[in-house]
Design a binder for this molecule. Structure first.
Ligand SMILES: Nc1ncnc2c1ncn2[C@@H]1O[C@H](COP(=O)(O)OP(=O)(O)OP(=O)(O)O)[C@@H](O)[C@H]1O
Length: 375
């Protein structure tokens, strides 16, 4: 390495990072501390699969960024090493209808995509279950971010098909792990009664990490991601405080990476508190970016309309929205509810009437932060 003559300065070919990939969103951590009891709970539910039996269903709940997806991925990785077990992870933010979920299952099982049109749901379902029976495999399905299936009114149908598969297609063995980060959603209570009567899941809760746990987890990332001596304990503590305030570990991981880039920008060999504080101005929006990324065009359009009509009555906002999209009031109301559930907007009843059109709609984030991320 060529040393820059000026002490403490990075030269062109130096980096504060040892391995920047550990801060990427889809990096699966090697160590997974502070989730022992949750892993045990899930293992208990899924263990029958390795013996060739239908596993228990599970309901995983907890706020965003508390390790739910990572826990499921770890266990699925272990399970898929067993012959006779097939695991498929569906992200309902992407696959938000029953048909899309079953297409994902088809792809996971056959290892190629189903034809893009002309296949009925019934046929797709039959192909999936026939194959499972033929191959003598147990299927474990994760419905991650299941709240999106609820927003589209598809949750009951999807679960009903999966949970009753062994009755409609004898010999099929399917277990479901339902994952939700929307705590306002009473997942089980919101399902149709016909589904509730067959869905008695093992419940596993993921609480937010406390500051000490965050320091442990992020400290491990720092060791892997940064070169030695770059991030001091004081700086790590500051990152952990910001992370604990948001409750979402993603904020901390994003903060570390951005703070490292800021230090490099200053050509500094150490990350300082000021790098972290500057980074926080962006990292605090990781949740916003993630929610916006999952929106359909018409939904994003409504968010855009609200930037210009922030705080107005639902009826007024609708007029501007209809002008852009031509969509009807019913669809508009559904989108408003979804954005409300996602925490992107806040709704309140302004007048005495308490009726739909008199609801007041406000953005839950700084309009400028939204505009920058909508593009
Ligand atoms: N105990 C842990 N050890 C190491 N990394 C962790 C731990 N818990 C979470 N993470 C990391 O935090 C990030 C968020 O975790 P994950 O995606 O599993 O959260 P989640 O609860 O599924 O979030 P959401 O509900 O928003 O989907 C991931 O990058 C993951 O690697």
């Amino acid at each position: 390495m060529v040393e820059d003559p000026e002490e403490g300065m990075l030269s062109w070919d130096e980096s504060v990072f040892r391995d920047e990939r550990v801060f990427e969103i889809d990096y699966l951590p090697e160590t997974f501390e502070h989730r022992e009891s949750q892993l045990r709970g899930l293992q208990y539910a899924l263990r029958p699969a390795v013996r060739g039996s239908r596993p228990l269903n599970a309901l995983v709940q907890g706020p965003p960024g508390t390790g739910k997806t990572t826990a499921v991925q770890k266990l699925f990785g272990e399970l898929s090493g067993h012959s006779g077990v097939r695991t498929v992870h569906a992200n309902c933010q992407v696959d938000s209808t029953r048909y899309a979920v079953f297409s994902r299952l088809f792809e996971g099982i056959f290892e190629y995509e189903p034809p893009s049109s002309g296949v009925s749901f019934k046929k797709l379902f039959g192909q999936v279950t026939d194959r499972l029976v033929e191959a003598d495999e147990v299927l474990v399905v994760a419905l991650d971010d299941v709240n999106y299936l609820f927003y589209e009114n598809e949750a009951s149908d999807t679960l009903y098909s999966l949970l009753r598969a062994h009755e409609t297609h004898p010999g099929a063995r399917i277990g479901v792990v339902v994952v939700s980060s929307d705590l306002a959603l009473g997942t089980i209570e919101e399902l149709d009664s016909r589904v509730q009567s067959v869905f008695r899941p093992e419940e596993v809760y993921f609480p937010v990490y406390d500051t000490g746990e965050i320091v442990d987890i992020l400290g491990e990332r720092v060791d892997r991601g940064f070169r030695e001596g770059i991030v001091s304990t004081t700086v790590l503590d500051r990152v952990a405080e910001f992370t604990a305030d948001s409750g979402d570990l993603r904020v901390g991981i994003d903060l570390l990476r951005r703070a490292g880039l800021n230090a490099e920008m200053r050509a500094s060999r150490t990350v300082e508190i000021e790098d972290v504080e500057e980074a926080y101005e962006k990292s605090k929006y990781v949740h916003l970016s993630r929610s916006l990324r999952g929106l359909a065009d018409s939904e994003a359009t409504l968010v855009g309309v609200l930037v210009d009509h922030d705080g107005e009555q639902a009826g007024e906002v609708y007029e501007a929205f209809a002008e852009k999209t031509g969509l009807g009031y019913t669809r508009y109301s559904e989108i408003v509810n979804k954005l409300d559930n996602l925490g992107l907007i806040e709704t309140s009843y302004a007048g005495m009437e308490g009726r739909g059109r008199s609801r007041q709609l406000s953005l839950a984030y700084d309009p400028e932060a939204i505009t920058n991320r909508l593009e």
